[in-house]
Design a binder for this molecule. Structure first.
Ligand code: ADP
Length: 678
């Protein structure tokens, strides 16, 4: 037999004047125990009908019913069948109802005696399964809630007993006689004439119930607060441990956005880094629920976003429950955001800044996109603010780490420099110093030295002093470049003019020597490059100087340019000289690399020139490398430089350059495209 009807509903239909109330489970337990105790303590032999939702609830009370059965014959206990509970007539009548019966959701106790009557007829209220605010505590027994009637009123108790007895007979027709006997003994009042003045409970008992209920309500609130606090702590902990595991803000944001979005059950959660002066940012980290469109990859406005501007002025959380209703304090701001709100269906909006010492580091945004607005609670705001504080620390920590790494890099460079200095003092400086010393000693100890020899001595001392000076000078330049202490004066420059300056400096240096033919092949329409003129001329001069050193007078040297990808210009200094072995093409850029070794050097030089060139070109945002087919097959040194933005180069434009200006004034009219010198 299947009976799904609710006893609560039946009772309310039969006595429409009844007003059901909400009871916590603890209150019902107290009330039902009080009713059972009344039976156990009294001298009546009452009718007792108890209905438990499940056998496990019944089992907790079974011993009391055995004691009650010693007092009265008319005891009926109902429960869902199974788990050791079945219909039988042992100490008292047990009635096992089906799982499908509405009784599985209800809790009833009716006591009808000569001097005493009470009834408790209640149905459990299920918590909304998707209620985002349902804390973990709702699963606790204490927080279960029931809706129904508790009263000492005789007529209501009789009516409830009658409905229950009818249900009992549907399951246990064999009890017809016993039930009839109960009806005669306890339900003689004409039930159709129940007076409307209900609620005949003792006022004292009513008040007691109210107190129990109020106490329970406070308890529930405390559970909720504890649970919210616990949720907050769990979330903050998981983000803190992510911060501990990684120093990469991107990884931390990835975790935080998911955790926060899930914890607050929002439609969309965004976390992004930004600065006060940013115009827009690109969204990278997002949590989304289904059916909400993603913002990842989208350009998100900041400068034109009045809410963002408001956060900048007053760095506090902004929580807007309903972006569509007029009259909110943010109404004027939201007017300017209508398009954004419409496209991304932002119905409720929360924006919390990530701040560290008054500096804006980023933003957390939460969006609700359902048709109904969402009311942001104080708890929501507190949670987002706690996460924002953690993320700010993570960003600062990551920045500090990056700075530390940079400092370490600089320290390592300084340390290398220091070691090199020692190496130079040991090997490079000692040789010329000894020569100078020997020459000077001889000159002073041999006053009668022939004047030719004296001249030779003086010349070698001077030559070695000059070599030492160059070495120290190059070494100091390299040290400055390596430690990153150079301030680059970047401007739009004409390569032709820089090449021309470099060439005159090389020519001046080798005035007493016949040089190979040098051609500057830079067309007049070559775009300008963005570089520091002084340093660029230095690189070209060093490359030309090397080419001259390692190319016989009969050879050729060219400086040419070509457009390269990524808005860069490739400059090449090529020669037909002694070339470089393929396996030495990288090594030539090492400090103090010299193919023949310092002592056997005939060409001069410090071995620092190419190392300096590499540092300069890297500092200007380019790259430098060497090519050669091998020994005696010539070499090509290429480097890339960024083009000056939106400017097509002409030689006259390079007049902007400080140094090149002078030369361009002198040479603009007279120089051909290809400058060929001997
Ligand atoms: P150096 O003062 O010795 O020229 P660099 O750093 O300028 O120092 O060059 C390092 C070494 O690279 C040179 O000693 C030489 O062996 C090799 N090298 C540089 N330029 C050329 C070139 N154009 N042709 C052949 N070898 C070169």
């Amino acid at each position: 037999m299947s009976n799904r009807a609710s006893i609560v509903e039946e009772l309310l239909q039969e006595i429409p004047q009844l007003r059901p109330q909400m009871y916590f489970k603890t209150s019902l337990t107290a009330l039902s125990h009080a009713m059972e105790d009344q039976v156990l303590a009294g001298s009546d032999c009452p009718l007792v009908i108890a209905s438990f939702q499940q056998a496990r609830f019944y089992r907790q009370e079974a011993h009391r019913y055995q004691r009650i059965a010693n007092i009265t014959q008319q005891v009926y206990v109902l429960s869902a069948e199974g788990a050791g509970f079945s219909s039988c007539s042992e100490f008292y009548e047990t009635i096992a109802f089906e799982e499908a019966d509405a009784l599985t959701q209800e809790w009833h106790l009716v006591v009808l005696g000569d001097q005493y009557s009470a009834c408790l007829i209640c149905r459990e209220r299920q918590p909304a399964p998707t209620d985002p605010r349902a804390p973990g505590a709702l699963t606790l027994e204490q927080t279960r809630r029931f809706e129904g009637i508790w009263t000492l009123d005789l007529q209501v108790s009789q009516q409830a007993a009658e409905i229950l007895l009818r249900r009992i007979l549907e399951y246990r027709p064999d009890l017809t006689n016993k039930v009839e006997q109960a009806r005669t003994q306890f339900l003689q009042t004409d039930l159709s004439e129940i007076c409307p003045g209900l609620g005949g409970s003792d006022p004292f008992a009513q008040r007691l119930v109210t107190y129990v209920q109020a106490g329970q309500y406070k308890l529930l609130k405390a559970y909720k607060a504890i649970s919210a606090q616990e949720r907050r702590e769990r979330l903050v902990n998981s983000i803190t441990s992510a911060i501990r595991r990684s120093l990469n803000p991107s990884e931390i944001f990835k975790i935080a956005v998911q955790e926060l979005g899930q914890a607050l059950q929002v439609c969309r959660c965004l976390i992004y880094r930004c600065k006060a002066e940013d115009i827009t940012i690109q969204i990278q980290h997002e949590y989304l629920t289904q059916a909400v469109s993603s913002l990842v990859g989208q350009i998100w406005p900041l400068q034109d976003n009045p809410l963002f501007q408001r956060v900048l002025l007053q760095p506090e959380t902004i929580a807007i429950d309903d972006t569509l209703t007029e009259g909110s304090p943010y109404e004027a701001d939201l007017k300017g955001l209508e398009a954004l709100i419409g496209s991304w269906k932002i119905h409720s909006w929360l924006m919390a800044p990530l701040i560290y010492q008054d500096r804006l580091l980023g933003i957390i945004e939460l969006h609700h996109c359902q048709p109904e607005p969402h009311i942001w609670s104080e708890n929501d705001k507190a949670l987002v603010e706690a996460i924002a504080a953690q993320l700010s620390v993570a960003i600062i920590q990551a920045e500090a780490y990056a700075n530390l790494e940079e400092l370490n890099r600089q320290l390592a460079a300084l340390d290398r420099t220091r070691s090199n200095l020692i190496a130079i003092t040991g090997h490079e400086l000692r040789t010329p110093l000894s020569t100078i010393q020997v020459c000077l000693e001889s000159l002073s100890s041999e006053p009668d030295m022939p004047s030719e020899l004296r001249q030779v001595m003086l010349s070698s001392a001077l030559a070695d002093a000059e070599r030492m000076r160059k070495l120290v000078q190059d070494f100091l330049i390299l040290s400055r470049l390596e430690s990153g202490r150079i301030e680059w004066n970047l401007e739009a420059l004409s390569l032709w003019e820089c090449a021309e300056l470099a060439l005159s400096s090389v020519k001046a240096k080798h005035v007493d020597k016949s040089l190979p033919q040098i051609a500057i092949q830079i067309p007049p329409d070559t775009p300008l490059v963005r570089a520091d003129g002084e340093w660029l001329v230095e690189v070209l001069a060093k490359l030309l100087d090397n080419a001259c050193k390692f190319t016989p007078a009969a050879g050729e040297i060219t400086i040419s340019v070509a457009r390269a990808a990524k808005k860069q210009l490739q400059v090449t200094v090529a020669d037909t000289g002694r070339g470089i072995e393929p396996n030495r093409l990288e090594a030539v850029f090492d400090r103090f690399y010299q193919e023949e070794g310092a002592l056997r050097r005939t060409t001069g030089g410090t071995g620092l020139g190419l190392a300096i060139c590499r540092q300069i070109i890297a500092g200007l945002g380019g790259q430098i490398w060497a090519d050669s087919e091998g020994k005696d097959k010539g070499s090509q040194f290429h480097f890339l430089l960024p083009l000056a933005e939106n400017r097509q180069g002409t030689r006259s434009q390079a007049g902007r350059s400080r140094k090149t200006a002078r030369s361009s004034r002198k040479t603009r009219r007279s120089q051909p495209d290809n400058l060929v010198l001997e």
